[in-house]
Design a protein around this ligand. Sequence first.
Ligand code: AAO
Length: 492
Amino acid sequence: MGVRFLLLFIVGLCRAQYDPNTRPGRTSIVHLFEWRWADIALECERYLAPNGFGGVQISPPNENLVIGDPSRPWWERYQPVSYKLCTRSGNETEFRDMVTRCNNVGVYVYADAVINHMCGGNAGAGNHSTCGSFFNAKTKEFPAVPYSAWDFNDAKCKSRSGDIEDYRDLSQVRNCRLVNLLDLALEKNYVRSRITEYMNYLIDIGVAGFRIDAAKHMWPGDVKAVLEELKDLNRKWFPAGAKPFIYQEVIDLGGEPITDSQYFGNGRVTEFKYGAKLGTVMRKWNGEKMAYLKNWGEGWGFVPSDTALVFVDNHDNQRGHGAGGASILTFWDARLYKMAVGFMLAHPYGFTRVMSSYRWPRYFQNGVDINNWVGPPSNSDGSTKSVPINPDTTCGNDWVCEHRWRQIRNMVIFRNVVDGQPFSNWWDNGSNQVAFGRGNRGFIAFNNDDWYMNVNLQTGLPAGTYCDVISGQKEGNTCLPYTHPWLEDPSS
Ligand code: AAO
C-alpha cells in the first residue's frame, strides 16, 4: 500500500508542469486581453519577439454565448457554448496562423481554458453564439460538444439557490454554480474526455500551456485527471516530452477552506495576494512601506516561488471583478503602476505575467464602476477593433498596451538579463526608498517617498558606466535620454 501511494505521488508530480516552456532567457508572458488573433500574430513578430517576451496569454479561444448585441460585455467569453475555435478574436484559421507565427519567432501561446462550466443557466436557447451553434441552457443541452443534462453537477449541489452562496463551504464552491454558470460534472469520464479532446486539439495546433479558469471551483483530483490525459507539446516547436505549462486560477486571499496548496500537484497557481499586497504597499495604505519589501515573496506568506504565477493586476481585478480589492494598481494609476510592475519584474519571486488592457469609460456610482462590463474596443457591428500602432510605438483605438510602455518593456528585458542571479545588496531608508541588485548583472532603485533620494549604494555590479533603462533607452553602446514628449515625465 505504502509503495503504491509513493508511486502515485511520483507519477502525479511528474505530470505537473511548473516550467512555462518559454525559450531560454525569456522570463515573462503578457496577457493580450481580448486581442484578435490577427493582431497577436503581428505583435509576436514585430514587438514581443524582438523585446524578449516569452509568450502570450490569450482570451478563451472556444465558442461562447453572444450577450447583448452589439454592446457585448468582455465576460461573455467566460460562457462557453462549445469547443469550436471561433470567437470575437477570430476563427480557427486565424487561430492556427497566430500560433504558428508566434511559435516561429519563439513567443509561445497560453490559452485560457474555461472547463469548469458552460454558459449561465438563464441564457435561454437558440444559436446566439459565436459560431452559431445551438444550445439550450434550460435543458442543459450543448449538442455541438455534445453535453446533456447528465453532464452537469446540479444534483450534487447542496445550496438553496443552486449557486455558490458561501465560500466557506468547500463542497458548495466546487459542486454548485459559480454565478449561475452551468457547472460541469468533472468526475464523469465522458466530461473529462470532451475537455481533454479540446485541450489536446489546442496542443496539436501548438499552444504551450493553459491558464485553468476557475480551478478553485473544480476538485483538484478532477483537474489532475484531465491533465493526465494531455499530450506532450507539438514536436515542431518543442523538445520531446515537453508538457503543457499549467497555471490554475485559484483565488486564495486567506479565510476560506480552499487553499492554493491543494492545487500544487497539478501545476502553478495564480498568487492573488501578490498584487493585493503590492498595491497596498505602493499606495502606502495600512502603514505599509516599500522598506518592508525586503523579504517579499514567501516571507509575505505567498506560495513557494516555483509554484507561483504573479501579476500586478488581471483582467478581473483591474475592473472590480474577482478579488484583490481597491488596492489593485492598474494602468489608470500609471506612475504607481509602472513602479509596481518594475518591482515585480526586477524581483526574482514567481513567474511573471504582464497585463495589457483596453480603456473603457469608467463610471463610478457608490464606489462601483458600473461600466466594468464594457467589452473591447469594437465596431458598430460588435466586432473587435484591430490594434493600430502609432508612429511613437504606442497603440491606438483605445488599446492601452502597457507592455509597450518603455519602463515595462525595458524591465521585461532586465528580468531576462538577470535571470538566475540572486537577490542581493538590498538597501532601504526605512521608508519608501529601496534598492536591490540581481547578482552582478543588474541593479534597481525606487523612490516612492516625497523627497529626493541621494545616497551612495553598493550595487554588486562590476565597475563601469551603466544605462538607466527606466528613464533612458540603451541603444547599442549608448544610453539615450528618453525624449518622446508623450512619455517624458520626470516623475515617472
Ligand atoms: C456574468 C454576470 C453574472 C451572471 C453570469 C451568468 O456578471 O451576474 O450570473 O454571467 O450569467 C467573468 C465575470 C463574471 C461573469 C462571468 C461569466 O467576472 O461577472 O458572470 O465571467 O460571463 C470568483 C471565482 C473566480 C472568478 C471570479 C470572477 O473564484 O474563478 O469569481 N474568475 C474567473 C475569470 C472571470 C470569469 C470566471 C472565472 C467565470 O477570471 O473573468 O467571470 O468563468 C471571493 C472568492 C473568489 C471569487 C470572488 C468573486 O473573493 O474568494 O474565489 O472569485 O469572491 O466574487 C475579499 C476576499 C476574497 C473575495 C473577495 C470578493 O477580497 O478576501 O476572497 O473579497 O468578495
